[in-house]
Design a protein around this ligand. Structure first.
Ligand code: GUN
Length: 283
């Protein structure tokens, strides 16, 4: 292996430390802690683990965590009613509805119901629009964490060729918007892209977010490329990313491991967004 490992765990610890300090200062000024409400519908094991770690990290950062666990057969109206209550609750600065929602619930309708000023996930169309047009809003946590890792690894990203693999609203699209705003030349590839190796051969930056284990082969990469692997795929061999790690690590200049790369940054950015929401609400 020749690539440098990008230590997302360490970067996330640093960010969480900074957020904790600022959260303490906020609490001293405002007379209350920043508050994050997390809603989980159903008992999907992976989502349960994420929600538990978000709650723990929130408390560890000196913030208030409000956890709402609803049964899998919760109906749309009850979920919307909970979002309305959280929107109106002055102790709640940020609201996160864990995705995916069980079948039968309309995720887009629920996300659109969240007050955009409490939308710390950055999934509301208003915040997606703000990001697309360069206005201040909330940026989805995973791509924001990826951007922070890229900037700390490479410094100025201006003029670099970036290929984002995946076009989801949660990662691919906002990632492409952030890299465009950072003056990269951005290509959005996805599972239907023809001749992905052709695009990757010119990519200084690769962000892989397709959700397919080992989808990106090491030999497709430009030597020295910086590779951010967003994939978290559960396989018989354990957790693996979207990038075939061994091959990529022998060609890339730097790469994030799975786990310990992007994952920890997502939670740290969520805490950061919650702190920002609290400050904005206090004016
Ligand atoms: N499910 C997977 N990633 C995320 C995320 O960043 N936010 C929410 N709400 N659900 C998710």
């Amino acid at each position: 292996m020749t690539a440098e490992l990008i230590d997302g765990k360490k970067a996330a610890e640093r960010l969480r430390g900074q957020v904790a300090e600022l959260a303490a200062a906020f609490a001293a000024d405002a007379g209350r802690k920043p508050g994050l409400a997390v809603v989980l519908v159903g008992e999907d094991p992976a989502s349960s683990v994420y929600v538990r770690s978000k709650g723990k990290a929130t408390v560890a950062a000196g913030m208030e965590s409000f956890e709402h666990r609803l049964p899998v057969d919760t109906d749309q109206d009850d979920l919307i009613a909970l979002v309305d209550r959280l929107n109106a609750d002055p102790a709640v600065d940020g609201i996160l509805v864990q995705l995916p929602l069980p079948d039968g619930l309309d995720a887009q309708a629920v996300l659109t119901r969240i007050d955009p000023d409490k939308d710390v996930d950055g999934f509301h169309p208003v915040n997606a629009g703000r990001l697309a047009t360069g206005l201040n809003g909330f940026v989805p946590c995973t791509p924001y964490g990826c951007l922070m890792l890229l900037k700390s690894q490479l410094g100025d990203l201006s003029g670099l060729n970036a290929v984002v693999i995946g076009r989801s609203n949660i990662v691919g699209k906002p990632m492409a918007a952030l890299l465009t705003a950072a003056d990269c030349t951005v290509t959005i590839a996805h599972s239907r892209t023809k001749n992905l190796p052709h695009h990757l051969a010119h990519a200084d930056i690769v962000v892989a977010a397709v959700g397919r284990p080992g989808f990106v082969r090491g030999e497709w990469l430009k030597p020295g490329a910086t590779v951010i692997d967003v994939g978290i795929n559960r396989t018989a061999d354990g957790l693996v990313g979207d990038v075939e790690f061994e091959g990529a690590a022998s060609i890339a200049g730097a790469i994030t491991p799975v786990p310990g790369g992007v994952g920890p940054m997502t939670i740290a950015c969520l805490l950061r967004n919650t702190l920002v929401a609290a400050h904005r609400r206090e004016g």
